[in-house]
Design a binder for this molecule. Sequence first.
Ligand SMILES: Cc1cc2nc3c(=O)[nH]c(=O)nc-3n(C[C@H](O)[C@H](O)[C@H](O)COP(=O)(O)OP(=O)(O)OC[C@H]3O[C@@H](n4cnc5c(N)ncnc54)[C@H](O)[C@@H]3O)c2cc1C
Length: 411
Amino acid sequence: MTQSSFDVVIIGAGHGGVELAAALRQHQYSGSIALISDQPDLPYQRPPLSKDYIKRAANTPALVLKPENFYADNAIDLRLGVKAEAVDRESCSVALSDGTSITYGHLVFATGARNRKPPVPGLVHPNVLELRTLADANRIVQALPNTTHIAVVGGGFIGLEAASLLRGMGIGVDVIEMAPRLMQRAVSEPMSEWFLAHHRGEGSTVHLSTSVAAVDQGNGGADVQLSSGGTVKADAVLLAAGVQPNTDIAEACGLEVANGILVDEHLVTSDPAISAIGDCAAYPSVHLGGMARLEAVQNAVDHARCVAGRLTGQTKPYAALPWFWSIQGAARLQIAGLSRPGLNGIIRRGADESRFSVFLYDGEELVAVESVNSPADHMAARKLIGSGIELTPQQAGDPAFDLKALISARG
Ligand SMILES: Cc1cc2nc3c(=O)[nH]c(=O)nc-3n(C[C@H](O)[C@H](O)[C@H](O)COP(=O)(O)OP(=O)(O)OC[C@H]3O[C@@H](n4cnc5c(N)ncnc54)[C@H](O)[C@@H]3O)c2cc1C
C-alpha cells in the first residue's frame, strides 16, 4: 500500500528539494521523506539547459541530479508527475493531483519559480519558446532546424546565455531588453556595458530600453513589433523575461508571501511546521541587509543544507555567501556577494580585455565582486567577503596586488 504519512514532505524536486532529501540522509535522519515532483523526468540540473544541452542534444551526458537508484537506496519516496495542489495546515496534509493526500510532520516548499509571461498580444502563444524545463529545452532543439533567426525577449542571464549559444550555432539573434542595460537587476553598470559589447561582437543585435509591443505569428514566422516602432522578422521567439516564484499554494494556505514565501533567518515560514527554500523563498539576507529572493543553484543548495541541519538538531541561522555563475559564449561571469544600486565599482584588469573583475564597495566595505574569465579573482572574492578580510579599493584596483597572499596571511 502506498504510504500516506511522512515525517518530512518536500514539494518540488529541483536543486533545493533533492539536496534537502540527500542532506537529511547525510545527517543520518531516520524519519520518512516524501519528495513530490510535478515533472515527469528524474530530477535534473537546470544550468546546462541554457548552456551545452541545446547544442549537444544528440549526445548529451545525463543531466540527472542523482542516479535513479539513489532515491530508493536512501528511502526517499520520490513521486514523479504528481503535483501538490493544496495544503491543509490544520490537518498537516497535502492534496496531490493523483487524487491522494499525504500528511507531514514538517513540510518544505521547494517549488522554484516559473517564467513570467508579459501580457503582450501574440507573446502568450504555443509557438513561443521558453527555457525553464527539460521539455522546454527539447522543444527548442526540435525548432532549431527551421530557425534561421530568433528574437530573444529579455536580456537577463538566461536570455543572454541562449543568445550566445544560438549565435554560436549560426542562428541570427535579436535580443530585446526593456531596461536601459543588460542584466540590470544583477550586475554593475561596467559589467552590463562589457556584456553589451560582447554580445554585439558575437553578432547579436541588442535593443535596449525597448519592449515588445506585439508578436504577429502569421505566415509560420514571428514578426516582433517593438515599442520603438521597428519590427524584428524572426522564425521564432524565445521568452526569457524573468520569473515569478511559485507561491500560489503557500498563499492559498495562508502563509505570508511577498515576492516569495516569507521565511525567517532559519528559513521557517509564518507556520513553524513549514519551511521554504530556493527560488520560491524570500529570506532575510545578512549580506544584503534586507529581504532577498535569489535565483541561483548555490542559494537553493545552501538553503537545503541549512534546513537539513535544523531538522536534525543543528540549528544555525542562514548566512551563506551568495555566489553565481553564467556562461555567455566565451565569457564566464562569476559573482560573489550581492550587488545593489549605489555601490562604488573598482575595476581590476586581467591579462587582456576579456578578463577583469569589478570589486563593489559600500564605503570601505567590499560587498560583491563580479568577475569575467577570472576564476582566481572570484575564488579570492568569496574568501575575502566571506571572512571579512579587509581589502582596500586601492589594493583591489591594482592588478599586481596579490589577493591570494593577503588571504593566506590573514586566513
Ligand atoms: C535555463 C536555466 C539556466 C540556469 N543557469 C543557472 C546558472 O548557470 N547558475 C545558477 O546558479 N543558476 C542557474 N539557474 C537557476 C537555477 O536553476 C535555480 O535557481 C534553481 O534551480 C533553483 O532551485 P529550486 O529547487 O529552488 O527550484 P527548481 O530547481 O526550479 O525546482 C522546483 C521544482 O518544483 C516543482 N514544483 C513547483 N510547484 C510544484 C507543485 N505544486 N507540486 C510539485 N512540484 C512542484 C517544479 O516543477 C520544479 O521542478 C538556471 C535556471 C534555468 C531555468
